[in-house]
Unconditional design. Structure first.
Length: 229
């Protein structure tokens, strides 16, 4: 009823405009603008379909998946923290050498130890899998997160390994300190990973777990995941 009334009112308004506007071009431009506005509004309405309502069984299943994912993500975050620790330690070692706080032998020894730790973590990263009892859509997003994590870990480990290998070369050992610093900087620039960017997948996963008419629980769940240390 309301839509019919609005259509009639619009038609009457258009007739009045056509009759009283002194310039017909203005009227035609106005009509064209209306068509464009309604077309855009129709496209937006079609793409923003509301979430389907859930019965209690579906709601319970989603809430259980939230709990499973939260536990999995907590453990996953520990691995990310380990990668961060290794990377920070790598730059600390390099900075200590650049500042002349350690010699080449100490640099080499610390890089060997860090390389071993990094390879252990690399093997562990490749054992990570999505948690059980997740939906297919959620599994695909988690798998993409893990692939990005693996690629990041690979690049990190490769940077450490190639730096350690460079320190063993005769050309490095016989070079002046400034030249050695320059060699290390070149390796870091070429090999270092750009970063681990999984926010898009994580956001999609959090949206996947949204439960209609359960706003507060959804908010608490998102805060619990996003605000983990």
């Amino acid at each position: 009823m309301l839509i019919t009334f609005l259509l009639i009112a619009m038609i009457i308004s258009l007739v009045a405009l056509y009759k009283f506007l002194p310039n017909r071009k203005i009227f035609y431009y106005f009509c064209a603008s209306l068509v464009i506005v309604f077309a855009i509004a129709g496209l937006i309405a079609r793409t923003q379909q509301p979430k389907e309502s859930m019965d209690e069984a579906q709601r319970y299943a989603i809430l259980q998946q939230q709990k499973i994912f939260t536990g999995w993500y907590t453990n996953y975050q520990k691995d990310i923290d380990q990668l961060d620790r290794n990377w920070k330690l790598f730059f600390t070692i390099i900075e200590n050498f650049n500042s002349d706080n350690i010699d080449v032998e100490t640099l080499h020894e610390r890089l060997i130890n860090l390389e071993n730790e990094s390879k252990i973590e690399q093997v562990h990263i490749y054992t990570l899998k999505p948690p059980p009892d997740m939906g297919e859509e959620c599994n695909l997003l988690i798998e993409e997160m893990l692939k990005k994590t693996q690629r990041y870990c690979d690049a990190q480990t490769q940077t450490i390994t190639r730096t350690r290998s460079a320190v063993e070369l005769e050309i490095f050992l016989s070079a002046q300190h400034k030249e050695q610093i320059h060699m290390l900087e070149n390796i870091i620039i070429r090999e270092s990973p750009t970063g681990l960017f999984t926010s898009m997948e994580l956001t999609a996963i959090l949206n996947y777990f949204e439960v209609p008419d359960d706003f507060q629980k959804d908010k608490d769940f998102k805060n619990e995941v996003v605000n983990q240390p």
